[in-house]
Design a protein around this ligand. Structure first.
Ligand SMILES: O=C(CO)COP(=O)(O)O
Length: 263
């Protein structure tokens, strides 16, 4: 038994979320990520970087050449129209993206995005041919009140459209209290939640139960990634702060290379 990530038929995915960070000069880190991924440093894992929309077009050639997926961090549900300041899924796709993060807690809280809005945006992503990374997760208060599972369950049921497939949807479990704090749930709590998510998806959409990838996000770092990634039903990571430098991000994705070498 090696000390590697959990194994399954699902291809692991390590996605970076740059949030509102990154000027054109910072694309040098994205390029380093591409070079490392192309050199096999992420092993069997798929590598995706979700950049600010202003950087997508510039980053696309290097990402496409390296087989690194490019993603946006939000989109409107409509394909076009009088929505000043918004971006459609079609625009992200046109800029070179193949992924989009939706329902991140920072948007649920800061932009008042409820489950129904997340579902509409996810439909928009599907329409444009993007894979949606739909985020769910409880606050600290909800966990302490013993409500983590029902909250996440209702987020899943409310946010995921019936058209979801294992190709066009990825779920990210991101406990709000673990984001940017250096705190993570216990491995046991993560295992419980990820198992619950797969079961809940299996009730709502049985045909995607086994194929859907479920990422863990919240203070994933090079020094905890190997432990987190070997929890059953953890199919990869959604990484915030540590995705801003190639060294740290590939230090996380590298757990999949290390596993390949060890097995
Ligand atoms: O919000 C996150 C990824 O979407 C997690 O952020 P951190 O990795 O910085 O905690």
């Amino acid at each position: 038994m090696t000390n590697g990530p959990s194994r399954s038929e699902r291809r692991p995915l390590v996605a970076g979320n740059w949030k509102m960070n990154g000027l054109r000069k910072d694309l040098v880190e994205a390029e380093k990520i591409c070079v490392a991924a192309a050199a096999g440093e992420a092993g069997e894992a798929e590598v995706v970087i979700c950049l600010p929309a202003t950087l997508l077009i510039s980053a696309a050639p290097a990402c496409h050449a390296a087989g690194v997926g490019l993603g946006g961090q939000h989109c409107h549900g409509e394909p076009k129209g009088p929505f000043t300041g918004d971006l459609s899924a079609e625009m992200l796709r046109d800029a070179g993206a193949s992924y989009v993060i939706l329902g991140h807690s920072e948007r649920r809280a800061g932009h008042n995005e409820g489950n129904a809005a997340v579902r509409e945006k996810t439909r928009g992503a599907f329409r444009a041919g993007l894979t949606a990374i739909v985020c769910v997760g409880e606050t600290r208060g909800q966990r302490e009140a013993g409500d983590a599972l029902p909250i996440v369950g209702s987020q899943l049921t409310g946010s995921i459209p019936g058209e979801a497939t294992p190709q066009n949807l990825v779920i990210a479990y991101e406990p709000v209290w673990a984001i940017g704090t250096g705190l993570t749930p216990t491995l046991r709590d993560i295992a419980e939640m990820h198992r619950f998510i797969r079961e809940r998806v299996g009730v709502d959409l049985p045909r995607i139960r086994d194929g859907i990838r479920i990422l863990y996000g919240g203070s994933v770092k090079p020094n905890n990634a190997a432990d987190l990634m070997r929890v059953p039903n953890v199919d990869g990571a959604l990484v915030g702060g540590a995705s801003l430098t190639a060294k740290d991000f590939m230090g996380i994705a590298g757990v999949y290379r290390d596993y390949c070498l060890a097995s």
